[in-house]
Design a protein around this ligand. Structure first.
Ligand code: PMV
Length: 323
């Protein structure tokens, strides 16, 4: 009747930006990510009450956020044939809506907690599909470490789920999320993707690069080839932003503070520091580095006035039921 689950955010090394089906969140291409320890959502689902409700970070969520959550809950309700209402309580230990993929950890934790509350004995692959219906990138947060989300081909989405590729301890990559703006993003990812697909002449060319980039990124992680992974991850992210910026009107998520951080990462690279960057649908920059570069990377980022907060993370576990 009640269950609690945790899930961590993930950062795509090869980006997802475009859907082949918006209702089911089926992606136009696959993607490849790393799930992080230290950016965690904890969600409790209790059955009962007169209406479904969601309290997020201590505040009653509005219709839009609740609707997203109910996409997940409704799949579970249908699977077990229940009409019970749910009381959802969820909290993140990092700022929401700023390109930190809080929807990924949130919907992944929700899928596990809802299945637990309804007593639905679903495997992780099934829960990955269910989380995907709430938010595409959430499919990847079911699993720890290095994860691939398969685009699939079926119109019912049964073949579009994530799978673990390498465990978290395969390679000790580190990441700082350089928070330049903790505010909510102006354009959500779903409408941003639709707008990019409908109006950007660079969207198809971006999509055409994804399959080869996933293969290259998997090879680089397998070989622990930091420079190789950095090349793929940076081109995937910056080509995604190029596709967004080619929309009409342009979709611009990176601001001047973002570019300051990008320039700083470029300077570190020129000095031979093992570091690369990626950015999602928001202004914050995620800076990956090897453990031996911790001190110079941290010092450079702390010294940068454009950065308001640094959040440190490393590869971590997938979603799990904790109560
Ligand atoms: O799944 P959504 O709707 O949160 O979209 C995520 C899109 C990006 O974060 C920009 C890229 C990705 O693959 O995570």
């Amino acid at each position: 009747m009640k269950a609690t689950a945790t899930a961590n955010a993930n950062i795509a090394l090869v980006k997802y930006w475009g859907k082949r089906d918006a209702a089911l969140n089926l992606p136009a291409r696959g993607s490849f990510s790393v799930t992080l320890a230290g950016l965690t959502t904890t969600t409790t689902v209790a059955l009962g009450g007169a209406t479904d409700a969601l309290v997020l970070g201590g505040e009653l969520a509005g219709a839009e956020v609740l609707d997203k959550a109910l996409r997940v809950v409704n799949v579970v309700r249908a699977a077990v044939g229940s009409t019970d209402r749910v009381q959802i309580t969820s909290a993140n230990d990092f700022p929401t809506g700023a390109g930190l993929a809080s929807s990924a950890s949130g919907l992944a934790a929700l899928a596990v907690a809802t299945a637990g509350a309804f007593g639905w004995d679903a495997d992780l692959q099934t829960l990955s599909r269910v989380a995907r219906i709430g938010s595409g990138s959430a499919s990847r947060s079911l699993f720890g470490g290095y994860v691939e989300w398969l685009a699939g081909e079926r119109s019912d989405g049964l073949d579009s789920f994530a799978r673990p590729v390498f465990p978290a301890d395969h390679w000790d990559l580190r990441v700082f999320v350089a928070v330049v703006s903790p505010g909510k993003k102006a354009v959500g990812s779903t409408s941003g993707m639709t707008h990019t697909k409908d109006t950007s002449p660079f969207h198809e060319p971006f999509l055409a690069t994804v399959d080869a980039d996933i293969a290259a990124a998997k090879r680089a992680v397998q070989d622990r080839d930091f420079a190789g992974l950095g090349r793929v991850a940076e081109r995937s992210s910056l080509r995604m932003h190029a596709a967004m910026q080619g929309a009409d009107p342009a979709l611009v998520y990176l601001g001047s503070d973002s570019w300051t951080v990008i320039g700083l990462v470029r300077d570190l690279q020129r000095q031979g520091v093992p570091v690369f960057l990626t950015a999602d649908a928001g202004p914050n920059i995620k800076v990956f580095y090897l453990p031996e570069a911790h001190d110079p990377v941290r010092a450079a980022l702390l010294d940068c006035p454009a950065i308001r907060r640094l959040v440190a993370a490393r590869p971590g576990p997938g979603a799990q039921r904790v109560a």
